[in-house]
Design a protein around this ligand. Structure first.
Ligand code: NAD
Length: 497
């Protein structure tokens, strides 16, 4: 069986790994390969390669870095179908969805192609007599990124193009569930002219992650994944003196007011609830239907569910693919059982779905619960599967209070035709990313992505301007050139004059 190897110092690490993990084709439900799992030796090799590459990369002029980014942008665009195929093969999502993910990653590369502009500093002339002050930003050194399975191209691209454009060197620890897309991306960056060691891909699990979190040469850590691990990464990296941003899980609510266009809202709920089989951190998992909205919305949603085509991601007829692993399928199906036992009304039941020719695949059809209340586990937990819950709220205030009381705060949306109601929502809602009449408000690359509360630990959102700030530190220079007036010793605190 083929083994996905580490990419360290611009080459594959050929030494046979001490440990490997399985890689599956989720549509067929069988193992297709193995991935090397790093131990302390491989962590050391990766950090060493990145640390050795840092000095030269930091000193590489910003326009040379920019040219490499332009070349990388072109190569990723040329190979977008190859990247999408690798995503579909190991993650399971449809090709169309995978291409969308590659596109959103590409947009981050396009943003940092403007790195000379993004790194411009500030200058104030004559802040004191004969004294100028200016500030600029410098890279941190070796930085690490730890990423989830659900966007194996896009989420790493939220990190390494930005970090590298800023002059850092990078160690990517992708999800062990779908490691191959990161390998192609690293090869393409190398082909674009990136010097060896500037981007390294280290595969593995907690052992690799802990090695990076504890390594004194690693200056900063970016993490995207589930909330318990995000909290652990945040605390451990901070304890070890590192800069850290850790993006966690989500429970995204979509409020539907009675005046909303119900067909628009039903399209949005189905697209955002079941797209990528619900395995998106910005998936809608709860519809909060206000007043009589539920009675008009639910038949429209079930009508659309009945027409959804579930099948292998590589088949261009499929609109929804399988879940990522058998274990995850079992966990999600377990929540459907729990919802029933807690008294929710299962309006659409996707269990027992058989996809012809793919009987062993990790498929679960779309499930819809009505009459869900906030005490139920299907409301409280992030299910991360094709299970959508409808909570009925008597008033708009009750809907807003419900969302604001939720521990997560990644994304949310409101569907209404009332501008005043939408404005109230955008002002009062305690969530980082807000959609008005659109369900998945993922900011474009020139804004930054980040939730609130337990969806993000740390002071910086990811990519966009906040990404540039995260991967650089400010230096301020206060300068005075030969001054004919020698003022002598003055032990007082410097004052402007
Ligand atoms: P996960 O937290 O299980 O894994 C994420 C990464 O952490 C992987 O690289 C994994 O190898 C590593 N990891 C897992 N367990 C670890 C441990 N005990 N110690 C150290 N490292 C560990 O997440 P996942 O299942 O791969 O991805 C799905 C989760 O990611 C969902 O909760 C989803 O909401 C979240 N997510 C969030 C965002 C966001 O932007 N907020 C984006 C995508 C995914």
């Amino acid at each position: 069986m083929s083994v996905v190897k580490h990419w360290i110092g611009g080459r594959l690490l050929e030494d046979p790994p001490e440990r490997t993990g399985p890689v599956f084709d989720p549509a067929r439900g069988h193992q297709t390969g193995e991935v090397a799992m790093a131990g302390p030796t491989e962590v050391e090799l990766a950090v060493d390669a990145a640390a050795r590459a840092f000095g030269e990369w930091r000193d590489t002029s910003v326009v040379r870095r920019q040219r490499i980014l332009f070349a990388f942008r072109q190569l990723v665009n040329d190979h977008r179908h190859d990247l999408a195929k690798l995503i579909t093969a190991e993650h399971g999502k449809t090709m169309d969805d995978a291409l969308g993910e590659v596109q959103r990653g590409l947009e981050v590369i396009e943003y940092v192609c403007g790195i000379p502009q993004l790194l411009k500093g500030e200058i104030s002339e004559q802040v004191s007599t004969g004294v100028d002050t200016y500030s600029f930003r410098q890279p941190l050194g070796v930085v690490a990124g730890i990423t989830p399975f659900n966007f194996p191209v896009m989420v790493p691209m939220w990190m390494y193009p930005v970090a590298i454009a800023c002059g850092n060197t990078f160690i990517l620890k992708p999800s062990e569930k779908d490691p191959s897309p990161s390998m192609l991306a690293a090869e393409l960056f190398s082909e674009a002219g990136l010097p060896d060691g500037v981007l390294n891909v280290l595969h593995g699990d907690k052992v690799a992650v802990d090695g990076l979190l504890e390594h004194p040469e690693v200056a900063a850590v970016s993490f995207v994944g589930s909330t318990p691990i995000a909290r652990y990464i945040y605390e451990t990296a901070a304890r070890n003196g590192k800069r850290v941003q850790a993006l966690g899980g989500a429970k995204n609510h979509m409020v539907v007011l009675p005046d909303a266009d119900m067909d628009l809202a039903a399209d949005a709920a189905v697209s955002a609830g079941y797209g990528s089989a619900g395995e998106r951190c910005m998936a809608i998992s709860v519809v909060v239907a206000v007043g009589d909205a539920a009675d008009r919305l639910i038949p429209r949603v079930t009508d659309r569910i009945d027409r959804l085509r579930v099948g292998p991601g590589a088949n261009d007829q499929s609109e929804m693919g399988p879940l990522v692993t058998a274990e995850h399928l079992g966990r999600v199906a377990g929540y459907v059982e729990q919802g029933l036992s807690e008294g929710a009304d299962l309006v659409a039941d996707g269990r027992g779905l058989a996809v012809e020719g793919y009987e062993d695949g990790f498929f679960l059809g779309p499930c819809l619960f009505d009459q869900v209340n906030p005490a139920m586990s299907i409301y409280q937990d992030e299910i991360f599967g094709p299970v959508l819950s409808v909570v009925r709220a008597d008033s708009y205030t009750e809907a807003i209070d419900l969302i604001n009381a939720n521990p997560y705060g990644n994304g949310t949306a409101v569907f209404t035709n009332d501008g005043g109601a939408a404005r109230k929502f955008q002002r009062e809602i305690a969530v980082g990313m807000v959609g008005i009449n659109l369900p998945i408000p993922v900011p474009l690359s020139f804004y930054s992505f980040g939730g609130w509360k337990e969806s993000l630990f740390g002071g910086h959102a990811i990519y966009g301007p906040e990404g540039v700030n995260f991967y650089t530190r400010q230096k301020v220079v206060i300068s005075r050139w030969p001054d004919p007036i020698h003022r002598g010793v003055d032990l007082g605190f410097p004052k402007s004059d």
